[in-house]
Write a protein that binds this ligand. Structure first.
Ligand code: B12
Length: 587
């Protein structure tokens, strides 16, 4: 079998997290990943699909998942045995700053001379700093790297210098840094495909399912995602993916949309694989109401469950349209705070009535669940305001007659304030004090013993201690509220409360330890707490399971997968026979 032209590696946030003891706390409580962020960017699938369509061979290795699944999995040995013409590592989310660079270093050590490429939002933002690490050869910038990456991989394959490859920061043969223009900014997403078929093909071809799974518990809970848009028109102050953030990172001035009909086709492809929920990422109304209506017409008849995001209030007629096309849908809404002053400072200009109408409209038309997300660590937000969110949730639940379909969540803005967000770029204006600015600052912060110490910021209204204490207290109160309204069982609530207590006591012990133990002995002392820390590390302020939608006992669409598998195997046999007759040039 020919070797891959490019192998994508997804690193854990910190390498090797298994040999360290870190109290990660609630940083990943409201996303499917564990705190080491084992989920790889959705773009891995579209990148592989695009490169394969252009005759290049790719492979995905989710190292983070492999390391999580088995303590005896030797990641370094595994890397040393990989064979590839180039390696691509994502530094999309900044919490991977340490892990991505460490994995790049291991690749360099075991495969000297094989190019190392990095891409993603954070890589784009920090491209000039990143390229100066000796283990990095290329940074592919922007939110749409399919075409620049194809050109780069072909240059590598053909031994050409990538002088004309757009969006590329690189070192030439003399070691000089070059920054090619950011000239590839597609205005739509019609050139890409979701890549689910290609994933199935790769799993069959490489006989390696575990390396491909998007996150650790995916095989039990195969939620799939489809992306409607890259870029954003909103201006949320702490989001690195807001309009201003995209302009800075990718040069993008307008969001790029997937055509509504192609998006519906992506949903169908996802449905062929899994019976789990399909999460349609991006508020459909970002493309205008007509865009949303076209998608909803095109997706009608496809079986759910569906999860959708809304970024601002939903009127009744839109709720009805949604429910007619996607009966029983699940809605995700993040007002971030119940406090209008905080929301205004965040750049979210809608009223509490807007929030309340949205919940009611969606539940009235038959949404099976409505997840409402709040955050801690925001501009203008005091501890009292954050705690007030729980009272607000109670009033909402009361007003809805205790409707258990409404599920509120709170989580801290952690571990980092997003670079390229308005608050990161102008911290004083938003009341932030930054502990980390550069990539290296963030990389080092990740080695601190707790999420409180890792936190890259404080605000005028809450320092790190207050953010941590308020997070736990808000979590505790919300957890009790959910039990009181029967949203979660008393047993689950008790377990969460115990984890909160454990986390609080561990945090206090680690604080003391840092004050009393010489710095070079801290790691050893922490290691002695490893088991206790691990037990407090996930589902801290809520049970992660609360996020999951019930999936039947057969989570996968076995028949469809079988059909896909047969057709892919047939396709591969056919292709390889064709190659026997006329082998394409490989170098
Ligand atoms: C969708 C989304 C999610 C989804 C992710 C689904 C997925 N698997 O990708 C979910 C909800 C799970 C999520 C979670 C998180 N997210 Co998020 N998310 C977004 C959102 C809304 C859209 C991102 C997007 O458009 N992706 C599509 C495109 C742009 O990316 P892509 O196709 O995956 O990758 C392309 C490029 O980035 C690049 N690329 C990526 N990797 C690589 C690797 C190589 C080698 C190359 C060459 C190129 C390359 O090429 C790809 C294709 O062209 C943005 C906000 C926004 N509006 O932009 C935040 C955003 C990206 N998320 C962010 C954060 C912080 C997180 C979390 C860390 C939050 C948390 N504390 O838990 C987690 C981390 C998840 C994990 N790893 O486990 C920040 C990132 C800031 C930063 N620089 O770190 C953003 C900007 C804003 C925000 N705060 O939410 N997120």
């Amino acid at each position: 079998m020919s070797i891959p032209d490019l192998t994508f590696l997804h690193a854990p946030s910190v390498y090797d997290f298994r040999r360290r003891a870190t109290l990660w706390g609630p940083i990943s409580d409201v996303v499917p990943s564990t705190p080491i962020y084992d989920m790889y960017p959705i773009g891995f699938a579209s990148l592989c699909d695009y490169l394969e369509r252009h005759g290049l061979r790719t492979r995905i290795v989710n190292l983070a998942v492999r390391m999580l699944r088995s303590d005896s999995f030797d990641a370094e040995r595994f890397i040393s045995r990989l064979d590839s013409r180039a390696f691509g590592i994502d530094l999309h989310w900044l919490p991977h700053a340490q892990g991505a660079l460490e994995v790049a270093q291991l690749v360099r050590q075991h495969h000297p001379g094989v190019p190392v490429l990095i891409g993603g939002f954070s890589a784009s933002y920090y491209h000039e700093e990143l390229i100066r690490y000796p283990q990095v050869d290329y940074v592919v910038r922007g939110d749409s790297t399919e075409e620049p990456l194809r050109q780069l991989v072909e240059c590598i394959r053909d031994g050409r210098e990538p002088l004309d490859v757009p969006n590329l920061t690189w070192k030439d043969s003399a070691g000089e840094v070059r920054v090619n223009p950011q000239s590839y900014i597609p205005s739509d997403l019609n050139h890409i495909r979701s890549g689910y078929r290609q994933m199935v093909r790769s799993v069959i071809r490489d006989r390696d399912l575990v390396s491909c799974v998007p996150f650790n518990h995916w095989l039990k809970y195969p939620v799939t995602a489809t992306l409607s848009v890259r870029g954003c028109s909103q201006h949320c102050a702490v989001c690195g993916g807001c309009a201003e953030g995209h302009k800075m990172m990718s040069g993008r001035t307008q969001p790029a949309f997937r055509s509504p009909e192609d998006l519906a086709q992506d949903v169908r492809e996802a449905r062929r694989i899994s019976r789990g929920p399909v999460f349609i990422l991006g508020d459909l109304r970002l493309g205008g109401r007509e865009y949303a209506s076209r998608f909803l017409r095109a997706v009608k008849g496809v079986r759910g469950p569906f999860m959708i995001e809304v970024s601002w209030p939903v009127e009744r007629d839109y709720a009805e349209e949604l429910a007619a096309a996607m009966p029983g849908l699940i809605v995700e809404f993040s007002p971030d705070s119940h406090d209008p002053a905080v929301r205004e400072a965040m750049g979210k200009n809608y009223s509490n009535k807007g929030i309340e109408d949205t919940v009611r409209n969606c539940l009235d038309v038959g949404a099976t669940r409505f997840d409402l997300f709040f955050m801690i660590g925001l501009p203008e937000q005091t501890a009292a305001s954050a705690l007030g969110t729980v009272e607000y949730c109670e009033s909402l639940l009361k007003a809805l007659g205790g409707d258990r379909r409404l599920v509120p969540f709170t989580a801290p803005l952690a571990p980092f304030l997003d670079p390229a967000s308005r608050a990161f770029e102008d911290p004083e204006q938003f009341g932030y004090r930054l502990h980390c600015r550069s990539l290296e600052d963030h990389r080092q912060a990740l080695l601190a013993p707790t999420w409180k110490h890792i936190l890259s910021y404080e605000t005028k209204w809450m320092d790190r201690d207050a953010i941590a204490a308020t997070t736990y207290e808000t979590g505790r109160r919300l957890n009790r509220l959910k039990a009181c309204y029967g949203i979660i069982s008393q047993e689950k609530a008790d377990e969460t409360e115990q984890r909160i207590e454990r986390a609080l006591s561990l945090m206090a012990r680690i604080d003391r330890l840092l004050e009393t133990v010489p710095p070079d002995e801290v790691d050893q002392e922490l290691w002695a707490l490893k088991d206790e820390i691990e037990r407090a590390n996930t589902s801290t302020v809520c049970d992660k399971g609360e996020l999951d939608v019930q999936v039947g006992w057969l989570a996968f669409n076995v028949l469809e997968l079988f059909k896909l598998g047969v057709s892919e195997v047939w396709d591969m046999v056919w292709r390889s026979n064709r190659h026997h007759r006329a082998p394409p040039p490989t170098t």
